[in-house]
Design a protein around this ligand. Structure first.
Ligand code: HEM
Length: 528
């Protein structure tokens, strides 16, 4: 120890006597200045102001007589390390009264957690004019114009422009693109099975949804099955990595303090720039040559006002294409992954799906047409039940745009209050779904659905601000499953957990534990 001290002192002395001596002197002077009265006072005032800013609304809910976890510095509520969002919601729902409603602090911001279905309907549907917006959560300037982030009148106008691109007739135009990607998926599953004996299902479906969005929203073939190192796949995968290190700090600074921090360097900017270049090149190409493709990009490019002017600028088109990726890639891959897991875990359900596929395809001359997919009602129930148990988005959010009093109460929510709807908890509440962890597609028979409150199932949200692409998402998911299940049967491996699937604690979306879903696929002919 003594020898180490001597070595350190002699190193410092030699540094002082060397060219770096001036640096040491500056550091020393800075230290002395820092500990003199004026800077100490500045530091104390800054820390106090920060503390005041973060805690000034801690009495927000108690003043309104709303129950909830006691506010706690610095996160706003007591959190166990690495607690999953669904676990926090479970405590709010059952321990603090959130099954009706309760209030909590999210760092410095008061949030109402709303579990009562009538109140959810009031906020998302009946009194929508008070709740047209979500929290503005953007991590890059390029996201400001995304439909998901727009507010008020701007959102209304943009949503009206984009809605026609998601109609059933427009979907039919994208059917062939999705079908080609589904064929690649099946080939990939067969090859992987031959190579490794088992599949990583999330990866397989991730590649499928990636290719589908690349072809429908960016107008390119990303070819992620054959070349996962291709630029598009590489850049998009960086966008979906969990926030860590500097990226996390930057996002927290933006969320807690100010959007000014968006000016700080963003680690994903090179990937965003790459996507911008892809869309701009495609737009240029299509402007020069009349494209016959009927994908989202083309439909939005052709959206005109009554005087024939384009409704969306190039920049806005670029942003909306990126939004399709952010909103549609992981969500649809997650749905498919849990559907595959549930089918492998419940062989009787899988058999019934396959029988329906065989019967419908026979009626349609073996062709997987749009109408054939729409006739598969049992498959539809299977996906509805998958979305109930494993809704990819575990919460919805609304922000009040005007002062609002919760109906039937005297709880006043001033303009700007955040309301969260714990979808995951509602979907697994035994009062709405008896034996909630059981996978039972017959819960979605028309007569069963009729018995339930319309807000008891909200995987795609609720009211006018719901998922604009619900029809597309369900269609592409069904197409992928039919393409797989008409040839193959999914089975658990030795490492696949029994249902219900345990969930990852860190995921923002409902993610399988370990972010993996190992399964086997066997040829149907071999089963017989
Ligand atoms: C299974 C797949 C999907 C699920 C579960 C899902 C779920 C959701 C949810 C929960 C919301 C919020 C709704 C609300 O606040 O009430 C949403 C919004 C949205 N989703 Fe999806 N989504 C899926 C696929 C897609 C796809 C494939 C796209 C695009 C191609 C997409 C585009 C959007 C957009 C643009 C919004 C914002 C709508 C607005 O603010 O007006 N989603 N989605």
């Amino acid at each position: 120890m003594a020898a180490q001290c001597v070595a350190m002192i002699s190193a410092l002395l030699s540094l002082l006597s060397s060219g770096a001596g001036w640096l040491m002197s500056v550091c020393w002077a800075a230290c002395l200045w820092l500990f003199s009265p004026l800077p100490l006072a500045v530091i104390a005032v800054t820390l106090y102001s920060l503390y005041y800013y973060l805690t000034k609304d801690y009495a927000f809910w108690s003043r309104r007589g709303v129950s909830g976890p006691p506010p706690k510095f610095p996160w706003g509520m007591k959190l166990k390390e690495q607690e999953a969002v669904t676990e926090i919601d479970r405590q709010l729902y059952y321990d603090y009264g959130g099954k009706r409603f309760c209030g909590f602090m999210e760092i410095h911001r008061p949030v109402l957690s709303l579990g009562d279905l009538d109140l959810i309907r009031a906020v998302t549907v009946k009194d929508f004019e008070h709740f047209t917006d979500r929290r503005q959560f953007i991590r890059s300037e390029d996201m400001r114009l995304m439909l998901t982030a727009l507010r008020g009148q701007e959102w209304k106008a943009r949503r009206a422009t984009m809605t026609p691109a998601f109609s059933a007739s427009k979907l039919k135009g994208m059917h062939q693109l999705c079908l080609d990607n589904a064929a690649n998926l099946v080939q990939y599953i067969r090859d992987e099975t031959a190579r490794k004996g088992e599949l990583e299902l999330k990866d397989c479906f991730g590649r499928f949804t990636m290719d589908n969005i690349a072809s429908c929203a960016f107008g390119i073939n990303s070819n992620s099955f054959n070349n996962p190192e291709a630029e598009f796949a590489k850049h998009t995968s960086t966008l979906f990595k969990p926030f860590k290190g500097w990226a996390l700090v930057r996002v927290l600074l933006v969320a807690v303090f100010s959007e000014w921090f968006l000016k700080l360097p963003d680690p994903i900017q090179p990937s965003i720039d790459f996507l911008k270049r892809v869309v701009k090149t495609t737009i240029q190409h299509r402007d020069q040559s009349n494209s016959s493709r009927r994908d989202f990009l083309q439909l939005l490019l052709e959206a005109r006002d009554k005087d024939g002017n384009r409704l969306l600028s190039d920049d806005s088109l670029v942003t909306q294409s990126m939004m399709f990726l952010f909103a549609g890639y992981d969500t649809t891959a997650t749905l498919l992954t849990y559907a595959g897991f549930s089918l492998a875990s419940y062989p009787d359900v899988q058999r019934q799906v396959q029988e329906e596929i065989d019967a419908v395809l026979e009626r349609h001359g073996g062709q997987l047409t749009y109408d054939a997919v729409m006739e598969m009602t049992y498959l539809d129930r299977v996906l509805s039940e998958t979305l109930r148990l494993y809704s990819p988005a575990s919460r919805l959010e609304r922000e009040s745009t005007k002062d609002y009093t919760l109906p039937g109460t005297n709880v006043n929510l001033p303009k700007g209050t955040l309301v969260q709807i714990p979808v995951f908890m509602v979907h697994r509440d035994p009062e709405h779904y008896p034996d909630p962890e059981k996978f039972d597609p017959d819960r979605f028979l028309p007569e069963e659905k009729e018995k339930r409150h319309p807000c008891a199932w909200m995987p795609f949200g609720s009211g006018p601000r719901n998922c604009i692409a619900m029809r597309f998402a369900l269609f592409e998911a069904k197409l992928a499953l039919v393409a797989v299940l008409k040839e193959l049967t999914l089975q658990p491996t030795e490492t696949t957990p029994p249902p219900p699937m345990p969930l990852d604690k860190k995921g923002f979306l409902t993610t399988p534990q370990g972010r993996k879903m190992p399964l086997k696929a066997v040829l149907r002919a071999k089963e017989l």
